[in-house]
Design a protein around this ligand. Structure first.
Ligand code: HEM
Length: 596
């Protein structure tokens, strides 16, 4: 028996490498192993945290602009230069219909699919929502509803106000946590005090300022802050992630800990845990199990048992959202017509889906899947981008002070609530956000599957070929950018000013500037929000949220890194480059008399 098994394995291995040597369009890349391909190098068999985006970037340095890897038996072609990815940029639909007959049933769209279709049916993620949806008409319908919501001026106005309310809560927690110990301030101030710009309060009382310094892990606070704002907008109930985190920090301080609301905090914690587990499960199917035959996903008992807990949490979370949608729908239908409804995300999703261009309304289930998209796509991207912004402006204080200057010139009073209209004037802050997104992609990789035979990178590929587009490599490639390793927001300032001046982009204007155009038909050189048909439908909303957060923070606080030589601590997890820790010292600026 043993001999037969060994013999079969040897025969399979020989056959595997024979087929590998005869593959169409051989490209450079690491040698795959039978059954698992290159997954052992991607850390598949280890803990999630060890999957390294760094490894992918190393492959790029070793194998160049186009290379290949294997996930189980699925061959993946990696694209690392923008001209090779030009076909994916198209946001028009390529119709594969021989009779040129616009019959919906016969339409096929190239590069519409992000992954293979063989994800587990049980999760229903291939037919609902946006991100994982494989059904074109359902995807388009849902995407349009979401776009309608996230571009509604009423929604945008409200979210900017909500952010400011929430920020006040965050500040209250910051005020309550122990001020930086004078010892640490003293030793630290020797090295770093000069980094804090001399604001008026520094001269008033050094002692007072010292006591107001706070040492915080801003990446953790901002994750909780974003979680709260998104959960609140989707559930219409107060969420308590910041409160929970505060209690965690104050665990030894019984006096200051929040105790009265413990049952509420526990309820929130349970909800967040279920949400995180269902997100984890989605990502397993979307990305980790690419290439695993569906047979194993469906029938492999150990596999099913291993994931059981996550399946249960997935459906627990789903049912909870469903109950929330039904209750809100009822509330809306019972409210008087003349009543002005709040513009939270849930209300907008329900209302925008009531009468759509397609002449049908969204079902409760569809709304639940969109809510999940909103949460899963919004929270990590926003919070991590904000942490990177803080990191880079600490590394480049002159840039930080120029942002502060721009903010101060627009907002006289630190305590006034501001509207979202004024955010459009923050050209420099926007340029900084874009430069941070370029140099450090929070979402470094995206994937596409061809639906028809096509030529990419000078090779002809059959339909069903999977491509991975390395946004991080594209954003840092010498082919497109002058001195890509330099952190230089000016390159985007130029684009923004040009945009404002001319309204329409004139491609020639970019030649010779920071973005080097090589006859590529690209309107915007930054791809942090993805590429083409499936690009992020909420990029405007994301920019509004990020700018609001930057204004709220910088008009009140100055910030420095605890360790000015520290590197960003990043883990590639759930498709995102997650900032694990960012210890900073913050100091109220007090440069406004109204704030005293
Ligand atoms: C800084 C913030 C954000 C970044 C960097 C970002 C980036 C991205 C990227 C790279 C993609 C994949 C696109 C592709 O495959 O080509 C994507 C898709 C998506 N994003 Fe965002 N995103 C951000 C914020 C948000 C927010 C706040 C939402 C909430 C509504 C959102 C909702 C989505 C959805 C639903 C998709 C799937 C689109 C589709 O498949 O059609 N994103 N995003």
């Amino acid at each position: 028996m043993c001999l037969i098994t060994c013999l079969s394995l040897i025969i399979y291995t020989v056959y595997y490498y024979y087929k590998y040597s005869k593959r169409k369009n051989p490209l450079p890349g690491p040698l795959p192993l039978p059954f698992i391909g290159n997954l052992y190098q991607f850390g598949f068999l280890k803990d999630d945290k060890e999957i390294s985006n760094k490894f992918i970037q190393e492959l790029f340095s070793n194998y160049g602009d186009i290379f290949e890897t294997y996930s189980f038996n699925e061959r993946i072609i990696w694209i690392n230069r923008i001209d090779l990815a030009e076909k994916f940029l198209c946001d028009n639909i390529i119709i594969n219909d021989n009779n040129n007959n616009k019959n919906n049933e016969n339409l096929e769209y190239n590069y519409f699919y992000l992954r293979n279709k063989n994800e587990i049916k049980e999760l229903r993620m291939n037919e609902m929502g946006i991100y994982s949806n494989h059904e074109y008409s359902s995807w388009k319908f849902n995407r349009n509803v979401l776009i309608k919501c996230v571009t509604l001026p009423k929604f945008l106005k409200e979210i900017v106000i909500e952010l400011q309310e929430q920020f006040k809560e965050l500040e209250n927690y910051w005020n309550d946590i122990e001020s930086a110990k004078s010892d640490s301030v003293k030793s630290d101030s020797n090295n770093q005090k000069s980094n804090f710009k001399n604001d008026s309060s520094t001269t008033n009382s050094t002692k007072k300022v010292r006591n107001e310094d706070k040492i915080i892990d801003i990446s953790k606070w901002i994750k909780c802050f974003t979680l709260d704002i998104f959960l609140q907008s989707i559930t219409r109930e107060k969420s308590f992630s910041m409160a929970n985190y505060y209690n965690q920090i104050m665990k030894d301080d019984e006096e200051n800990k929040l105790k009265g609301i413990k049952p509420i905090l526990d309820k929130n914690d349970l909800f967040v845990t279920k949400f995180k587990n269902s997100l984890w499960l989605l990502n397993q199917f979307n990305f980790k199990l690419i290439g695993l035959p569906n047979f194993f996903k469906k029938f492999f008992l150990v596999y099913k048992l291993y994931y059981r807990k996550y399946f249960d949490d997935y459906w627990w979370f789903h049912e909870s959202l469903l109950r929330i949608v039904r209750a809100r729908r009822l509330e809306i239908s019972n409210s008087p017509k003349e009543q002005d409804l709040k513009a939270d995300m849930l209300t907008c999703l329900i209302n925008s889906g009531l009468k759509t261009d397609d002449g049908r309304s969204t079902t409760d289930e569809e709304i639940v899947f969109m809510m999940k998209d909103y949460l899963s796509e919004g929270i990590g991207t926003i919070s991590n981008t904000f942490s990177y912004i803080i990191y880079y402006i600490c590394k480049y204080p002159t840039i930080k002070y120029r942002m502060i200057e721009e903010i101060d010139s627009l907002y006289n009073n630190q305590n006034d609530t501001f509207t979202y209209f004024i955010l459009a004037k923050l050209y420099y802050c926007e340029a900084v956000i874009k430069e941070v997104s370029r140099i450090h992609s929070v979402y470094p990789l995206i994937s596409r599957i061809s639906n028809e035979k096509d030529n990419i990178g000078g090779y002809t590929w059959d339909n069903g070929q999977m491509f991975c587009i390395n946004l991080h490599a594209i954003h840092n490639h010498k082919y497109n950018w002058n001195n890509p390793e330099e952190f230089d927001p000016e390159r985007f300032l130029y684009l923004e000013e040009k945009k404002a001046e001319e309204k329409e982009l004139n491609e020639k204007d970019y030649i010779g500037n920071s973005f080097v155009r090589k006859n590529i038909n690209i309107k915007d050189p930054l791809f942090s929000f993805g590429i083409g048909l499936r690009s992020c439908p909420a990029k405007n909303l994301a920019m509004i949220i990020l700018k609001t957060m930057v204004v709220m923070f910088l008009r009140k606080y100055d910030v420095i890194l605890m360790d000015k030589n520290s590197e960003l601590q990043i883990n590639y997890n759930n498709m995102l480059n997650n900032c694990e820790e960012l210890k900073v010292k913050i100091r109220p600026r007090h440069n406004n008399n109204n704030n005293q």
